[in-house]
Ligand binder design. Structure first.
Ligand code: DC
Length: 211
């Protein structure tokens, strides 16, 4: 079974995906980390982020065991990721890994921007998680504050708005809601309530499939 969770930056899709995977005993992949790692490796190799052929080579050479780097979680890594993610050949180079991951038994939860539309168009359950940019910025700001990162709320909001524009505006695999996805707006929902709603959706789906 494949659960696809897409949504904009800081929508809470990662937290939701991890909790669902834990609950279901499924594998979990944060596909954003792959793009973040490509951007990191590209910089380490001394190339510009938009150097097409170097970025493709970096993506092809990506070692998925190196996704656990805490530096990948920051704002700069997210920004850099959204730049390399615009390159169609980079996206193509990363598809097979994501699809193989999704097919692992007993199931997998993948979160990102194009999981339900491009990576796993046949996913059993598709959820598009969103919230207003202000609420997303407030949540992200609270996380940064808890970690002691001195960053202003306004800067976090600006970053989110820029990334939304880049991720929805790109020509290839833009962030968009799959026709058969369920929209989960968490603007006024706690993590707990969002989790319950997602579990309800999955249960209904499993019921329909006769499992
Ligand atoms: O989910 P995230 O914030 O970690 O993603 C970082 C960037 O990677 C995001 O701004 C766009 C890109 N991305 C993508 O293009 N497709 C995905 N499936 C996941 C992330």
């Amino acid at each position: 079974m494949i659960v696809a969770i897409d949504g904009p930056a800081a929508s809470g899709k990662g937290t939701l995906a991890r909790r669902l995977a834990q609950h279901l005993g499924f594998h979990c992949l944060d596909t954003g980390l792959i793009y973040r790692a490509v951007a990191r490796d590209q910089a380490h190799r001394g190339f510009r982020l938009d150097d097409l052929w170097a970025a493709v080579a970096t993506a092809r050479g990506l070692d998925p065991r190196e996704l656990e780097d805490p530096d990948l979680r920051g704002t700069a890594a997210g920004d850099a990721a959204s730049i390399v993610a615009r390159i169609p050949e980079v996206r193509a180079a990363l598809l097979a890994y994501q699809r193989d991951f999704a097919r692992q038994p007993p199931g997998a939860v993948l979160d990102g921007r194009d999981v339900g539309t491009v990576v796993c168009p046949d996913a059993d359950v598709k959820i598009f998680v969103t919230a207003t940019p202000e609420v997303r910025a407030r949540r992200r700001f609270a996380e940064f504050e808890a970690r002691g990162a001195g960053i202003a709320y306004e800067a976090v909001l600006q970053d989110i708005l820029i990334r939304d524009r880049r991720d929805t505006g790109r020509a290839n695999a833009p962030m968009t809601i799959a026709a058969d996805a369920v929209l989960l707006d968490t603007t006024n929902l706690s993590i707990e309530a969002a989790f319950d709603a997602a579990v309800g959706l999955i249960k209904r789906k499993i019921g329909h499939q006769g499992r």
